[in-house]
Write a protein of this length. Structure first.
Length: 267
Protein backbone atom coordinates (compact mmCIF):
# COMPACT_ATOMS: atom_id res chain seq x y z
CA UNK A 1 0.00 0.00 0.00
CA UNK A 2 1.31 3.44 -0.96
CA UNK A 3 0.09 7.03 -1.00
CA UNK A 4 0.91 9.18 -4.02
CA UNK A 5 0.39 12.91 -4.55
CA UNK A 6 0.05 14.32 -8.08
CA UNK A 7 0.32 17.91 -9.30
CA UNK A 8 -2.15 20.05 -11.25
CA UNK A 9 -3.98 17.99 -13.89
CA UNK A 10 -6.01 20.71 -15.63
CA UNK A 11 -7.94 18.39 -17.89
CA UNK A 12 -4.91 16.37 -19.06
CA UNK A 13 -6.66 13.02 -18.82
CA UNK A 14 -4.35 11.05 -21.12
CA UNK A 15 -1.23 12.19 -19.25
CA UNK A 16 -2.92 11.28 -15.97
CA UNK A 17 -3.67 7.75 -17.14
CA UNK A 18 -0.07 7.33 -18.35
CA UNK A 19 1.27 8.47 -14.99
CA UNK A 20 -1.04 6.05 -13.15
CA UNK A 21 0.45 3.29 -15.29
CA UNK A 22 3.98 4.44 -14.45
CA UNK A 23 3.34 4.31 -10.69
CA UNK A 24 1.32 1.09 -11.09
CA UNK A 25 -1.51 2.61 -9.11
CA UNK A 26 -3.76 0.00 -7.51
CA UNK A 27 -7.04 1.58 -6.31
CA UNK A 28 -7.73 -1.45 -4.14
CA UNK A 29 -4.61 -0.76 -2.06
CA UNK A 30 -3.12 2.63 -2.88
CA UNK A 31 -4.30 6.18 -2.21
CA UNK A 32 -3.95 9.15 -4.53
CA UNK A 33 -3.92 12.79 -3.39
CA UNK A 34 -4.66 15.45 -6.02
CA UNK A 35 -3.63 19.06 -5.31
CA UNK A 36 -6.52 20.71 -7.15
CA UNK A 37 -7.07 22.31 -10.55
CA UNK A 38 -8.26 19.01 -11.90
CA UNK A 39 -10.16 20.81 -14.69
CA UNK A 40 -9.69 23.55 -17.32
CA UNK A 41 -7.17 24.60 -19.95
CA UNK A 42 -6.42 20.98 -20.92
CA UNK A 43 -8.19 18.87 -23.56
CA UNK A 44 -10.43 16.48 -21.59
CA UNK A 45 -11.70 17.87 -18.30
CA UNK A 46 -14.97 15.94 -18.58
CA UNK A 47 -13.36 12.49 -18.77
CA UNK A 48 -10.95 13.40 -15.98
CA UNK A 49 -13.70 14.65 -13.67
CA UNK A 50 -15.78 11.52 -14.28
CA UNK A 51 -12.81 9.23 -13.71
CA UNK A 52 -11.82 10.80 -10.40
CA UNK A 53 -15.39 10.88 -9.15
CA UNK A 54 -15.87 7.20 -9.98
CA UNK A 55 -12.62 6.30 -8.19
CA UNK A 56 -14.31 6.84 -4.85
CA UNK A 57 -12.20 6.76 -1.71
CA UNK A 58 -9.00 5.79 -3.52
CA UNK A 59 -8.57 9.41 -4.73
CA UNK A 60 -8.68 12.51 -2.53
CA UNK A 61 -9.04 16.01 -4.01
CA UNK A 62 -8.64 19.54 -2.69
CA UNK A 63 -10.22 22.35 -4.69
CA UNK A 64 -8.13 24.68 -6.82
CA UNK A 65 -8.98 28.02 -8.40
CA UNK A 66 -9.92 26.43 -11.74
CA UNK A 67 -12.26 23.99 -10.01
CA UNK A 68 -13.96 26.89 -8.22
CA UNK A 69 -14.13 28.78 -11.52
CA UNK A 70 -16.03 25.87 -13.06
CA UNK A 71 -18.56 25.93 -10.22
CA UNK A 72 -18.96 29.70 -10.55
CA UNK A 73 -19.49 29.60 -14.33
CA UNK A 74 -21.92 26.69 -14.01
CA UNK A 75 -23.93 28.64 -11.43
CA UNK A 76 -24.17 31.62 -13.80
CA UNK A 77 -22.11 33.81 -11.45
CA UNK A 78 -19.22 34.39 -13.88
CA UNK A 79 -18.56 34.30 -17.60
CA UNK A 80 -16.23 31.80 -19.25
CA UNK A 81 -12.75 32.99 -20.22
CA UNK A 82 -11.57 32.59 -23.82
CA UNK A 83 -8.96 30.07 -22.62
CA UNK A 84 -11.47 27.91 -20.72
CA UNK A 85 -12.09 24.32 -21.84
CA UNK A 86 -15.09 23.68 -19.61
CA UNK A 87 -17.94 23.53 -22.11
CA UNK A 88 -17.96 19.75 -22.36
CA UNK A 89 -18.71 19.57 -18.62
CA UNK A 90 -21.35 22.29 -18.81
CA UNK A 91 -23.08 20.41 -21.68
CA UNK A 92 -22.74 16.92 -20.18
CA UNK A 93 -25.90 14.97 -19.30
CA UNK A 94 -24.40 14.20 -15.88
CA UNK A 95 -23.21 17.77 -15.22
CA UNK A 96 -25.37 18.27 -12.13
CA UNK A 97 -24.07 15.08 -10.57
CA UNK A 98 -20.46 16.00 -11.37
CA UNK A 99 -20.81 19.56 -10.04
CA UNK A 100 -22.53 18.36 -6.86
CA UNK A 101 -19.63 15.98 -6.26
CA UNK A 102 -17.08 18.75 -6.88
CA UNK A 103 -18.79 21.05 -4.37
CA UNK A 104 -18.34 18.36 -1.70
CA UNK A 105 -14.55 18.27 -2.01
CA UNK A 106 -12.25 19.78 0.59
CA UNK A 107 -10.29 23.00 0.46
CA UNK A 108 -7.61 21.65 2.82
CA UNK A 109 -6.70 18.15 3.95
CA UNK A 110 -4.55 17.07 6.90
CA UNK A 111 -3.40 13.53 7.59
CA UNK A 112 -0.59 12.55 9.94
CA UNK A 113 2.39 14.83 9.21
CA UNK A 114 1.07 15.92 5.79
CA UNK A 115 -1.25 18.79 4.86
CA UNK A 116 -2.51 19.40 1.30
CA UNK A 117 -3.74 22.69 -0.14
CA UNK A 118 -3.87 23.92 -3.72
CA UNK A 119 -1.89 27.18 -3.38
CA UNK A 120 -0.72 27.98 0.14
CA UNK A 121 -1.32 29.14 3.69
CA UNK A 122 -0.85 32.62 5.08
CA UNK A 123 2.16 32.90 7.43
CA UNK A 124 0.18 33.32 10.63
CA UNK A 125 -2.06 30.29 10.08
CA UNK A 126 -1.17 27.16 12.00
CA UNK A 127 -2.33 23.85 10.52
CA UNK A 128 -5.11 23.56 13.10
CA UNK A 129 -6.31 27.12 12.44
CA UNK A 130 -6.20 26.57 8.68
CA UNK A 131 -8.37 23.47 9.12
CA UNK A 132 -11.02 25.53 10.90
CA UNK A 133 -10.87 28.26 8.26
CA UNK A 134 -11.17 25.77 5.40
CA UNK A 135 -14.15 24.17 7.13
CA UNK A 136 -15.92 27.54 7.12
CA UNK A 137 -15.57 27.72 3.33
CA UNK A 138 -16.54 24.07 2.84
CA UNK A 139 -19.72 24.56 4.88
CA UNK A 140 -20.68 27.63 2.84
CA UNK A 141 -19.92 25.80 -0.42
CA UNK A 142 -22.28 22.96 0.52
CA UNK A 143 -25.15 25.25 1.55
CA UNK A 144 -27.73 26.00 -1.14
CA UNK A 145 -25.36 24.69 -3.84
CA UNK A 146 -22.84 27.32 -2.76
CA UNK A 147 -24.60 29.99 -4.82
CA UNK A 148 -24.25 32.81 -2.30
CA UNK A 149 -20.58 32.09 -1.72
CA UNK A 150 -19.86 31.82 -5.44
CA UNK A 151 -21.61 35.15 -6.05
CA UNK A 152 -19.26 36.89 -3.59
CA UNK A 153 -16.07 34.87 -4.12
CA UNK A 154 -14.23 36.87 -6.80
CA UNK A 155 -12.03 39.81 -5.89
CA UNK A 156 -8.46 40.64 -4.85
CA UNK A 157 -9.40 42.63 -1.77
CA UNK A 158 -8.74 42.38 1.08
CA UNK A 159 -5.34 40.87 0.30
CA UNK A 160 -4.39 40.23 3.93
CA UNK A 161 -5.88 38.44 6.93
CA UNK A 162 -7.56 39.82 9.99
CA UNK A 163 -9.20 37.47 12.45
CA UNK A 164 -12.15 39.81 12.83
CA UNK A 165 -13.14 39.63 9.15
CA UNK A 166 -16.71 38.39 8.88
CA UNK A 167 -19.07 37.12 6.19
CA UNK A 168 -18.03 36.83 2.57
CA UNK A 169 -15.00 39.10 3.08
CA UNK A 170 -13.59 36.52 5.49
CA UNK A 171 -14.37 33.60 3.18
CA UNK A 172 -12.88 35.37 0.15
CA UNK A 173 -9.53 35.90 1.90
CA UNK A 174 -9.43 32.24 2.95
CA UNK A 175 -10.21 31.08 -0.60
CA UNK A 176 -7.70 33.46 -2.18
CA UNK A 177 -4.91 32.30 0.12
CA UNK A 178 -5.62 28.60 -0.27
CA UNK A 179 -6.29 28.59 -4.04
CA UNK A 180 -4.52 31.63 -5.55
CA UNK A 181 -1.55 32.81 -3.45
CA UNK A 182 2.03 32.33 -4.54
CA UNK A 183 3.84 35.17 -2.78
CA UNK A 184 3.28 37.60 0.07
CA UNK A 185 5.05 40.30 2.04
CA UNK A 186 6.55 39.74 5.46
CA UNK A 187 3.38 41.21 6.99
CA UNK A 188 1.20 38.81 5.01
CA UNK A 189 -0.11 40.94 2.12
CA UNK A 190 -0.75 38.72 -0.92
CA UNK A 191 0.12 39.50 -4.54
CA UNK A 192 -2.15 37.62 -6.95
CA UNK A 193 -0.64 38.98 -10.16
CA UNK A 194 2.77 37.37 -9.79
CA UNK A 195 3.14 34.05 -11.69
CA UNK A 196 6.80 33.99 -12.73
CA UNK A 197 9.90 32.33 -11.28
CA UNK A 198 10.81 33.24 -7.69
CA UNK A 199 14.10 34.77 -8.88
CA UNK A 200 12.18 37.64 -10.51
CA UNK A 201 10.27 38.65 -7.38
CA UNK A 202 10.28 42.25 -6.26
CA UNK A 203 12.26 42.78 -3.06
CA UNK A 204 9.22 43.20 -0.81
CA UNK A 205 7.75 39.80 -1.69
CA UNK A 206 8.76 36.25 -0.79
CA UNK A 207 7.26 32.86 -1.67
CA UNK A 208 4.62 32.18 0.96
CA UNK A 209 6.43 29.03 2.11
CA UNK A 210 9.70 30.89 2.75
CA UNK A 211 8.25 33.21 5.39
CA UNK A 212 10.60 32.93 8.40
CA UNK A 213 7.75 32.86 10.94
CA UNK A 214 5.40 30.57 9.01
CA UNK A 215 3.19 28.89 11.61
CA UNK A 216 2.60 25.78 9.48
CA UNK A 217 6.22 24.60 9.38
CA UNK A 218 5.48 21.67 11.68
CA UNK A 219 3.77 19.79 8.82
CA UNK A 220 4.86 18.82 5.31
CA UNK A 221 2.65 20.85 3.01
CA UNK A 222 1.77 19.43 -0.40
CA UNK A 223 0.66 22.02 -2.94
CA UNK A 224 0.53 22.96 -6.62
CA UNK A 225 -0.66 26.07 -8.48
CA UNK A 226 2.74 27.59 -9.31
CA UNK A 227 3.92 26.04 -12.56
CA UNK A 228 6.82 28.50 -12.97
CA UNK A 229 8.18 27.28 -9.62
CA UNK A 230 8.19 23.70 -10.88
CA UNK A 231 9.03 20.74 -8.69
CA UNK A 232 10.19 22.17 -5.37
CA UNK A 233 10.85 19.91 -2.40
CA UNK A 234 12.22 20.84 1.04
CA UNK A 235 11.91 19.26 4.47
CA UNK A 236 8.42 20.69 4.97
CA UNK A 237 7.18 21.45 1.45
CA UNK A 238 6.32 19.42 -1.65
CA UNK A 239 5.28 21.66 -4.59
CA UNK A 240 4.11 19.56 -7.53
CA UNK A 241 2.83 21.79 -10.35
CA UNK A 242 5.26 20.99 -13.15
CA UNK A 243 3.23 22.46 -16.01
CA UNK A 244 1.69 19.44 -17.72
CA UNK A 245 -0.94 21.60 -19.43
CA UNK A 246 1.91 23.69 -20.89
CA UNK A 247 3.62 20.63 -22.38
CA UNK A 248 6.06 20.03 -19.52
CA UNK A 249 5.66 17.18 -17.00
CA UNK A 250 3.03 15.65 -14.81
CA UNK A 251 4.60 14.70 -11.49
CA UNK A 252 3.76 12.19 -8.76
CA UNK A 253 5.53 11.61 -5.49
CA UNK A 254 5.24 8.57 -3.26
CA UNK A 255 4.89 10.03 0.20
CA UNK A 256 6.39 7.09 2.07
CA UNK A 257 9.86 7.49 0.53
CA UNK A 258 9.55 10.69 -1.57
CA UNK A 259 10.31 8.85 -4.81
CA UNK A 260 9.45 10.99 -7.85
CA UNK A 261 7.64 9.72 -10.97
CA UNK A 262 7.06 11.86 -14.06
CA UNK A 263 5.36 11.69 -17.43
CA UNK A 264 6.40 14.05 -20.22
CA UNK A 265 3.26 15.82 -21.39
CA UNK A 266 4.95 16.85 -24.64
CA UNK A 267 4.48 13.23 -25.70
Amino acid sequence: MATYAIGDLQGCFTAFRHLLDIIRFDPAQDKLWLVGDIVNRGPDSLSLLRYIKQAGNSMLVVLGNHDLHLLTVAAGMAASHPSDTLQSILDAPDRDELLAWLRQQKLFHVENQFAMVHAGLLPGWSIAHAQHLAAEVETAMRHDDGRELLAHMYGNEPNYWQENWRGYTRLRVIINAMTRMRVCTLDGHMNFAFKAEPQSLAREYIPWFDHPQRASQDHIIICGHWSALGLHITDNLIALDTGCVWGKQLTAIRLEDRKIFQFSCAE
